[in-house]
Design a protein. Sequence first.
Length: 263
Amino acid sequence: MNRHAGPPAGATAATVPEPSYAERARTLAHLGRTGTLATLSRKHPGHPFASVMPYALDERGRPLMLISAMAMHTQNLAGDARASLLVAQPTAGDPLAAARLTLMGEARALSRAESDGARAAYLARHATASYWVDFEDFGFWRLEPRDLYFVGGFGAMDWVSAADYMAAEPDPLADVSESILQHVNADHAGALLAYLRGRGRDSPDSAPPPDEATMAGVDRLGFKVRLRTGERVHGIRVPFPREVTTAGQCREALVEMFGVKRT
């Protein structure tokens, strides 16, 4: 029983809406370009062998890989199809506070008919692969997830079934989330801090107001903020007044919440 896997205890955590772990896992996989592929070594039986692996996703979120028959991981997969792909959120801060996802399953080579769709999806993510995609020793493989483990940062982790993962959709703000964060933190940091200080005055716990606030993540249901209050650094989640699915709707929600000017 994963007692440490759920969201933090307390009424505040329970009442702030947040995407499911399945949706967050699908979003992270969607945003990623490169993961770490772990196969079972043929030279050293039973020993994990890890390698850097660029990937794309098919329409169900299954990782697609373009690999050479001469590569060690390909030779390993020919002997044992079991593999895992680790995808981690890029961060300049504490890597343990960032999201990461491990997809466990079996990898298999795609047929020529299946490779057409995989080729389009892969080259859309990795255009430079067009220089070697037609080499005779290269071929497309797909990892069929059997189970997944998602970590969303400290205190947020759990297993996600393959069925739930493949049924989920990436967050609609995924591809514009980074630009939203940059815009808010660069142009509206004061408005964000003022909003959170005002919000704190309405809180039943008499917590001191934050000295600094940085928007650290955003999705269709709300956003995460990293706060500094004196020497203490902590995070909170803030809900949007309604679900947003586009950058424009997100901007409207922030205008409503923070009173920021349209830019």
